[in-house]
Design a protein around this ligand. Structure first.
Ligand code: WT7
Length: 663
C-alpha cells in the first residue's frame, strides 16, 4: 500500500442513525478527556469494583515508568466473574464455547465460570502456586484456558500464555526468561479435523528450560483429545511433575476468597518479537490494564452487554485474545463466542455458521482472515444469516480499502460500520480507532486517537507533521493499559520505546503513519525490522538466527515481502557453507525444505519462510549492516533500488543473476 493510492480513497460512511443516537460514547467525550485526562480515566475506573480506592490516578514522577491508580487495590478475576454473579447475572452465558469437532460445544454461565475459576485457584494453591509466582500457559482455545488465566489473576500469579503454535524451543525460552515453575497445558488440541499433540513439546521445553537454569516443578495437563501422552506423575514418588487437571481441579472447592491486589501488581507477561533475536516480555499490571481494556471494549464496540453477542476470533495466545477475549469482555459482563478451530474446518463457512447459530452482533477479526474469505468467495457467507451483526472490527495490520469494503458489504450487509483498531501488545488497549456512533468511516483509516489517548505523527526530529504528510507514529501521553516495562529488562524498555524521542518524552511505536487532509490517521506498517505476517509479529533477526543455527547455513537475511493474503510473507536469503554444496556447486534439492522445517522447529509454523533463496552473497553496507531494502526489492520482483551505499556494488547483480539462473 503506498501513500498515493491511499489518498485516492474517497469513500465515506456515516454512522447509522440509530447507532449514533444510542451510542455509548458521543463526540463530547474527546473534548472532556482532553480537558482533564486523569479525571476522564478515573471516571472510567469507576466501571470496575475496587477493594480500596486509589490515592492518585497517575504517578508519572519517574518516566517512562508509569503507575496508575496508585494505592488502589483490585482483583481482576473478581471483576471478570464474581461481581457479575453477585449482580444477578449468574445465569447469563459468559462463553458459548465451540470446539473444532462439530457438535462439541459447551455453554458456560458466569456462575459456571466463577465456580471453575475458584476450583482452579484452589487447586493451584494446593500445588504450591503463590502470589507473584509465574505460570506458563500453553493450551488450545478451550474454556480451561480462560479459567487458568483467571485463576492465576485471582491469586496474583502472573501468567504467560504461549501460543500453541510456538515450538518447544520458544516455549522453553519464555519459561526460562520469566522463571515459570508451573506450566498448564493439554494432551493436545484439534487442528483441521485431527488431534494435534501439545504435551510432547512441553516435555521437551521443560528439559530445555532446565538447561537454561529454570526448573519446572509442575505440569498441569488438561485432557482434551484423549491421545496417549508420556507421563511422570508428580505424586508418584519418582520425581515426576505431571498432574491431570481433572484430578485436582474437578474435586476442588468451588469457593475462593479473592485477595485484592495492588493496582500495579503484575497481571501477565506476553512475549512479542522485537528487532533483535530475543523476544521481549511485555509486562502488564492489573488496575490500569483492566480500566483501559474494559473502557475501550465498551466504547469502540458500542457494547450493550444485555443484548450483544460478541465474537473476537483471535487466539488467546496473542494480546488480542487477552484484552478483547478475556479481560475486556468479561469485565464488561458480555456473552461471547470462543471457537477452538480454524475457519475452514470442516468447511469454509464455519465462522458464518457460528455467527448465525449464536446470533453474533459484534464481530472482531484480522484483515488477513478477511482477505482469505474474499479469495474463497462471497457466496460462502451468503449462505448464512448474518443479519444480527451490527458492528465489525479489524485489527493486526492496516486494512486495505478493498478488504474493508468487502467486509462491510459482504459480512455487514452494506450497512454495518467497520472499526479499524490500531494498537500493540505494548499498548494493551485499543489506541486509535473510529467510534462507531461518532466517526465517519474511511476505508483504510484508523482515524484518530480514542478519548483519553494522545497520538501524533512526527518527523525524525519529533516535530508534529502537518495534515497531508507522513512520519512516525508516537503516543504523547501515558495511558492506563500501557506496558510497565520489559520483564527483567528496564534498560531495553527505555531503549526500545523511549530513547528515540527522549527529549519530548514520546513513546515510539515503531509504525509509520500519515495524516490526511482532515488530520485523520492512516497506518503504514512497521518502520523497523519487524514483519507482520497474518497480523502476527515476527522479527527478521529472530528468523535469521534460527536459520544460521542450522549447520549448513553460513549467513541469512530475512525480509517481509508483501503478500496478497497474509499482508507480509517471510522471505529468506541464505548463504550456504561450502560443505553443504554438491560437487557442481549447487545446493541439494531437499535442502530448502529442510531449512523451512528447521525454522518451524526453532520458532513455530508461523515463522516458516514462504520462500528461501540460496544466494552467493548478501548486500551489506560498509559498516556491515545487511541492506534488507534491496533484498525486499528482489523478493517483491521490483527493480533493485539504489546500491551506492553497498560495500560491494556488484553483489546485487550476483544475486539476481544467480536467482534467475534457477540453480
Ligand atoms: C503492530 C502490533 C494489536 C493486536 C494485534 C497485533 C500493527 C496492529 C493495526 C491496525 C495498522 C496495525 C502495527 C503495530 N497493527 N493493528 N489496525 N492498522 N497496523 O499486535 O503483535 O503487538 O503488533 O501491528 O504495525 O505496531 P502486535
Amino acid at each position: 500500500m503506498t501513500l498515493s493510492n491511499l489518498s485516492r480513497e474517497e469513500r465515506r460512511f456515516e454512522p447509522p442513525r440509530e447507532l449514533a443516537e444510542n451510542a455509548n460514547v458521543k463526540e463530547e467525550a474527546y473534548e472532556r478527556a482532553a480537558r482533564d485526562r486523569e479525571a476522564f480515566w478515573a471516571e472510567q475506573a469507576d466501571r470496575l469494583d475496587w477493594g480500596r480506592t486509589w490515592d492518585r490516578v497517575l504517578d508519572w514522577d519517574n518516566p517512562p515508568f508509569a503507575k496508575w491508580f496508585t494505592g488502589g487495590t483490585i482483583n481482576a478475576a473478581y471483576n471478570c466473574v464474581d461481581r457479575h454473579v453477585e449482580n444477578g447475572q449468574g445465569d447469563k452465558v459468559a462463553i458459548h464455547w465451540v470446539g473444532e469437532p462439530e457438535d462439541d460445544t459447551r455453554d458456560l454461565t458466569y456462575r459456571d465460570l466463577k465456580d471453575e475459576v475458584c476450583r482452579a485457584a484452589n487447586a493451584l494453591t494446593e500445588l504450591g502456586v503463590k502470589k507473584g509466582d509465574r505460570v506458563a500457559i500453553y493450551l488450545p482455545m478451550i474454556p480451561e484456558t480462560v479459567v487458568a488465566m483467571l485463576a492465576c489473576a485471582r491469586l496474583g500469579a502472573p501468567h504467560t500464555v504461549v501460543f500453541g503454535g510456538f515450538s518447544a524451543d520458544a516455549l522453553a525460552s519464555r519459561i526460562a526468561d520469566c522463571g515459570a515453575k508451573v506450566v498448564i497445558t493439554a494432551d493436545g488440541g484439534y487442528r483441521r479435523g485431527a488431534p494435534s499433540a501439545l504435551k510432547p513439546a512441553v516435555d521437551e521445553a521443560v528439559g530445555k528450560a532446565r538447561e537454561q537454569g529454570q526448573e519446572v516443578e509442575t505440569v498441569l495437563v488438561v485432557r482434551r483429545t484423549g491421545q496417549d501422552v508420556e507421563w511422570t506423575a508428580k505424586h508418584g514418588g519418582d520425581g515426576g511433575r505431571d498432574v491431570w487437571w481433572h484430578d485436582v481441579v474437578d474435586s476442588a472447592f468451588p469457593e475462593h476468597e479473592p485477595e485484592m491486589h495492588d493496582a500495579e501488581h503484575p497481571l501477565y507477561v506476553m512475549y512479542t518479537s522485537g528487532t533483535t533475536g530475543k523476544p521481549k516480555g511485555i509486562l502488564h499490571t492489573t488496575g490500569g490494564y483492566l480500566v483501559g481494556t474494559s473502557y475501550t471494549h465498551w466504547a469502540v464496540f458500542d457494547l450493550k452487554a444485555d443484548t450483544d453477542v460478541y465474537w473476537c476470533t483471535a487466539d488467546v495466545g496473542w494480546v488480542t485474545g487477552h484484552s478483547y477475549m478475556v479481560y475486556g469482555p468479561l469485565a464488561n459482563g458480555v456473552t461471547q463466542v470462543v471457537y477452538e478451530g480454524t475457519p475452514d474446518t470442516p468447511h469454509k463457512g464455519r465462522w458464518w455458521e457460528i455467527c448465525e447459530k449464536y446470533g453474533v452482533t459484534i464481530f472482531y477479526t484480522a484483515p488477513t482472515a478477511i482477505r482469505t474469505f474474499m479469495k474463497w468467495g462471497a457466496d460462502i457467507p451468503a449462505k448464512f444469516d448474518l443479519s444480527k451483526i451490527r458492528l465489525l472490527g479489524s485489527v493486526g495490520e492496516p486494512i486495505n480499502p478493498e478488504a474493508y469494503i468487502w467486509y462491510r458489504d459482504t459480512i455487514g450487509g452494506g450497512k454495518v460500520p467497520v472499526v479499524d483498531t490500531w494498537w500493540q501488545t505494548e499498548t494493551g488497549q485499543i489506541m486509535i480507532s473510529p467510534l462507531p456512533g461518532v466517526t465517519h468511516g474511511k476505508p483504510g483509516s484508523a482515524m484518530k486517537a480514542l478519548p483519553g489517548v494522545a497520538a501524533d505523527v512526527v518527523t525524525d526530529a519529533g516535530e508534529s507533521v502537518p495534515d497531508g504528510s507522513g512520519g512516525y507514529l508516537v503516543l504523547t501521553e501515558p495511558w492506563p493499559a500501557m506496558l510497565r516495562t520489559l520483564w527483567g529488562d528496564d534498560e531495553r524498555f527505555k531503549d526500545t520505546y523511549w530513547s528515540r524521542y527522549a527529549d519530548q518524552g514520546f513513546y515510539f511505536a515503531g509504525d509509520g503513519a500519515k495524516k490526511d487532509e482532515d488530520g485523520d490517521l492512516w497506518m503504514l506498517g512497521r518502520v523497523d525490522d519487524v514483519m507482520n505476517v497474518s497480523g502476527h509479529r515476527l522479527s527478521t533477526t529472530e528468523i535469521e538466527s534460527a536459520l544460521v543455527s542450522h549447520p549448513k547455513v553460513a549467513e541469512a537475511a530475512v525480509v517481509g515481502a508483501s503478500d496478497d493474503t497474509t499482508g507480509q510473507a517471510v522471505c529468506a536469503f541464505v548463504i550456504l557453507r561450502e560443505s553443504a554444496l554438491q560437487g557442481d556447486g549447487t545446493a541439494p534439492d531437499d535442502l530448502i525444505e529442510e531449512l523451512r522445517k528447521h525454522v518451524q522447529k526453532q520458532i513455530g509454523a508461523i515463522a516458516k519462510p514462504r520462500q528461501i533463496m540460496i544466494v552467493p552473497e548478501l548486500p551489506k553496507t560498509r559498516s556491515g549492516k545487511i541492506m534488507r531494502r534491496l533484498l525486499k526489492d528482489v523478493a517483491e520482483h521490483r527493480d533493485v533500488g539504489d546500491v551506492t551505499t553497498l560495500a560491494d556494488s556488484t553483489v546485487m547483480e550476483l544475486i539476481t543473476t544467480k536467482l534467475s539462473s534457477g540453480k
